[in-house]
Design a protein around this ligand. Structure first.
Ligand SMILES: NC(=O)c1ccc[n+]([C@@H]2O[C@H](COP(=O)([O-])OP(=O)(O)OC[C@H]3O[C@@H](n4cnc5c(N)ncnc54)[C@H](O)[C@@H]3O)[C@@H](O)[C@H]2O)c1
Length: 428
């Protein structure tokens, strides 16, 4: 198979780029991976994986012969006609997407015939059109452009690449679009072949919809708390409706991560910049911000003032099975707790290195039981399996208080209460 598959380039070897590269290597492609981070590239050449993503190390190791790492974009241009762009597009202070890394790649392209940029980075609608215009201004009229947004989820990214719900290809109906469709063909996924602007909007709209679902169920949970209903039962009851579906109906302490917060804000800003006030997304964002802070009131309800109290945070990453701390709820929570005078101790199975850079003034523990030692309250922030399987009787014995806030509704309230703890979940 490998002899018939065409070589490709991947620019940016982060969560999306490295998974895409390893995924295509699994399909038989030679992949030239480019990053401006020389240390990352040197590490990758030695077989060191810079991120925690289940299954990724195995795949990169398996295909070391097909994966080539370099800091020089010319290496990709020499071997591949399709250059997948997977550089970061973080939010600016205004909430718009920062496209400087994307533009650095665009500017580095030569005026050659027979190459195409395939945009995997999440960009505002209109970016493809503006890049094509820039190519024209720079005399790179032959450079093709394809939008191929990425939908992988950190924590299951390898599986998501190999078994995608759908592949979206937005293009101008030229060779480049065809080539991208061919590349993905072995996966047998549903294909949405469309224009570039629609492909760009599909990505933003998908994330905005998922974020809306989360904020919706969080508000339902908040109303459950004041009316006596149980959001777990409610989510089950509504999720069985085919039109609603059971996913993304888990109430909790709010969404974080590198995508939802920035993409929802970027879509809101995009609409605003175009003269449309996207009211619904304003609410989705505001509900999420408030949700992250509701834990404070729950703690104060049980402990009174938090001054001098020790609060243990179990889990810091924005979700389980990743070390990604971008926009994690734990960041807001630890800052609020410290501002309220509490001592914060935290433990995460893999995110500690990242967390240490972002969370000054908190104490890190090496394991869950050390983390809860002497704590007045414990907050389960990230639902790592390890925490759902903890012996909560042991946790109760180690703590000096007895309050457990289950920020992800991941535990069995009766079992936790039987272990001697005062359980409080979200909306149940
Ligand atoms: N992380 C996700 O779950 C996810 C899912 C879908 C889409 N996306 C989108 O994919 C894009 C990448 O996200 P990520 O999480 O992989 O980011 P990341 O920060 O993990 O990786 C980006 C990489 O690009 C490199 N880079 C920056 N400028 C470069 C340049 N000029 N040339 C070469 N390399 C450069 C960085 O050094 C870094 O290694 C973003 O637009 C994001 O919104 C991310």
């Amino acid at each position: 198979m490998s002899t018939q598959r065409e070589p490709i380039g991947v620019i940016g070897t982060g969560y999306v780029g490295l998974v895409t590269a390893a995924g295509f290597a699994e399909l038989g492609n030679e992949v030239w991976c480019i990053d401006i981070d020389a240390a990352k590239i040197e590490g990758l050449k030695r077989g060191e994986i810079p991120i925690y993503e289940p299954g990724l190390e195995e795949l990169v190791t398996k295909h070391r012969g097909r994966l080539h790492f370099s800091t020089d974009i010319a290496d990709a241009l020499e071997h591949a006609r399709l250059l997948f762009v997977a550089v970061g597009t973080p939010p600016t202070y205004s909430g718009d997407a920062d496209l400087s890394a994307v533009h650095a790649v665009v500017d580095a392209m030569p005026a050659s015939d027979g190459h195409a940029l395939v945009m995997k980075s999440t960009v505002p609608v209109g970016t493809g059109a503006s890049i094509k215009r820039i190519f024209g201004e720079q005399g790179k009229h032959h450079f093709r452009y394809v939008s191929c947004p990425e939908f992988l989820k950190e924590g299951s990214a390898v599986r998501d690449f190999l078994q995608p719900d759908r592949v979206v290809v937005g293009d101008d109906g030229d060779w480049a679009g065809e080539a991208v469709v061919d590349l993905y063909a072995p996966l047998g996924a549903s294909l949405v072949r469309t224009d570039i602007a629609s492909a760009e909007m599909i990505k933003l709209a998908a994330n905005a919809f998922l974020a809306t679902k989360i904020s919706f169920i969080n508000e339902i949970a908040n109303v459950c708390e004041v009316t006596g209903a149980n959001v777990i039962e409610v989510a089950k009851g509504i999720g069985l409706d085919d039109r609603i579906g059971p996913k993304f109906l888990q109430a909790g302490v709010g969404f974080g991560g590198s995508c939802f917060p920035k993409d929802v804000t970027a879509l809101k800003q995009l609409a605003g910049n175009s003269g449309y006030h996207f009211q619904l997304l304003n609410a989705v964002i505001e509900v999420n911000e408030l949700q992250k802070r509701r834990v404070m009131a729950k703690l104060e309800k049980h402990l009174g003032t938090l001054v001098g109290k020790t609060v243990a945070l179990l889990g810091l990453a924005f979700k389980p099975n990743t070390d990604d701390m971008r926009e994690a709820t734990s960041l807001v929570l630890s800052a609020r707790l410290q501002a309220a005078g509490a001592r914060v101790r935290a433990y995460d199975p893999v995110a500690e290195t990242e967390a240490r850079k972002l969370m000054p003034g908190i104490e890190f523990a090496d394991d869950a039981l050390t983390c809860v030692e002497g704590a007045d309250a414990v907050v389960l922030v990230t639902e790592w399996d390890e925490f759902t399987h903890l012996d909560y009787a042991q946790v109760a014995r180690a703590m000096s208080g007895d309050v457990l806030i289950d920020g992800r509704n991941a535990l069995d309230p009766e079992a936790v209460a039987a272990a001697g703890l005062t359980y409080e979940g979200i909306g149940r």
